[in-house]
Design a protein around this ligand. Structure first.
Ligand SMILES: *Cc1c(COP(=O)(O)O)cnc(C)c1O
Length: 357
């Protein structure tokens, strides 16, 4: 068996150890005589698996007891609507910070539910930095931002201070890649397929006092409070995705938790950016706001894109093509991307630049 290095932005690589264990347990999970996919979500085995996944996630991020952890469906995109439906709590407006395609989409969706005020935007510089000055309104129900813009490769390396107004983060593409100060947030959400596990699962971490006042007409499965009360099992959850994410949480805990993961991610990102900064390539993002997870870059001439991608594929590296809205290349180097994958890419970047520079 040979594994290639997959630089996709998501669904993305999963740790080989996790896939291998899931494979071992595919037909018979711990002597149950059946696989996890076949289990009743209300049975003893699966409720144990889900509870353990929640415990491990809480432990990894030191989630305080007054926060609920929910395992939902619908992707991060559904959260663009679910957040206003639940967190407006009778208020008429919310503040949004726009730093790229994802936060822009979130704000657009929210306009169906409330008056959206753009508190800061980096659009005038093509989403290449994280704005520091936010014009917040005291009467906003919450402030929403995207702490790592997957497409543009802009990451907030600091936690915004929104005073008493709850801070909401779309952390889809960097949750568990670094330490995170959960008590500074009202709500954090993430689609699993970037850094946590398989597609189909969305993790929501929400402060308990913010839920329980969903807007009229909110579908039952979209009401955070009702989901929290039923341990995210109001209806059938994404059982297999929860199980695999649980294995990823265990893998992370074993290698030393998010602190150790962050150390590794800093190292990988430094290697890659150093190679890009050596000339020939270009990354458009302000240095202090560069993402450790998603690294967009361009070659000096678009006509080199196809030969670059072809050469990468021949060397066992795939999915390096940039998002259609940005063009160029993008290397997503999530937790599961081994150091060797980044090293191989760096060697190739130098080789290609020497050949074509
Ligand atoms: C991928 C992504 C989304 C969309 O996720 P879906 O699960 O496809 O809905 C939203 N926000 C960010 C930051 C993402 O990276």
């Amino acid at each position: 068996m040979s594994r290639i290095f997959n630089f996709s932005s998501g669904p993305a690589m999963l740790p080989a150890e996790v896939l291998s264990r899931a494979g071992d347990e595919m037909l018979d999970w711990h002597g149950a005589g059946m696989g996890v996919m076949e289990m009743s979500h209300r049975g003893r085995e699966f409720t144990g698996i889900a509870a353990e996944a929640e415990r491990d996630l809480r432990e990894l991020l030191a989630v305080p007891a007054h926060y609920k952890v929910l395992f939902l469906q619908g992707g991060a995109t559904l959260q663009f609507a679910q957040v206003p439906m639940n967190l407006l709590r009778g208020k008429a407006s919310a503040d949004y910070v726009i730093t790229g395609e994802w936060s822009k989409k979130a704000a657009k969706e929210a306009r169906a539910y409330c008056d959206v005020h753009v508190a800061a935007s980096s659009e005038e510089r093509k989403f290449t930095y994280a704005p520091r000055n936010w014009q917040l309104r005291g009467d906003a129900a919450y402030v929403h931002y995207c702490s790592n813009e997957t497409i543009g490769g802009v990451e907030f390396h600091w936690t915004p201070d929104t005073g008493p107004v709850p801070l909401v983060s779309d952390a889809s593409s960097h949750l568990l890649s670094r330490a995170l100060d959960v008590p500074r947030y009202g709500l954090i959400y993430a689609g699993a397929q970037k850094n946590l596990g398989p597609a189909g699962l969305t993790v929501v971490i929400v402060r308990e006092d913010l839920i329980g006042a969903a807007a009229r007409g909110t579908p039952t499965v979209m009401d955070y409070k009702l989901q929290a009360e039923s341990d995210s099992m109001l209806n059938t959850p994404a059982t297999y995705a929860i199980y695999v994410a649980g294995l990823v949480f265990k893998w992370l805990r074993q290698l030393g938790g998010v602190a150790e993961m962050e150390r590794r991610n800093v190292h990988k990102a430094q290697l890659l950016y150093a190679a890009l900064d050596a000339g020939f390539y270009r990354n458009p993002v302000a240095r202090e706001d560069r993402s450790r997870m998603n690294v967009p870059f361009s070659l000096p001439d678009e006509r080199l894109d196809a030969p670059f991608l072809k050469g990468a594929e021949e060397r066992g590296m795939v999915q390096l093509k940039g998002h259609r809205s940005v063009g160029g290349m993008r290397a997503s180097i999530y937790n599961a991307m081994p150091l060797e994958g980044v090293q191989r890419l760096v060697v190739y970047l130098k080789e290609f630049a020497a050949q074509h520079g």
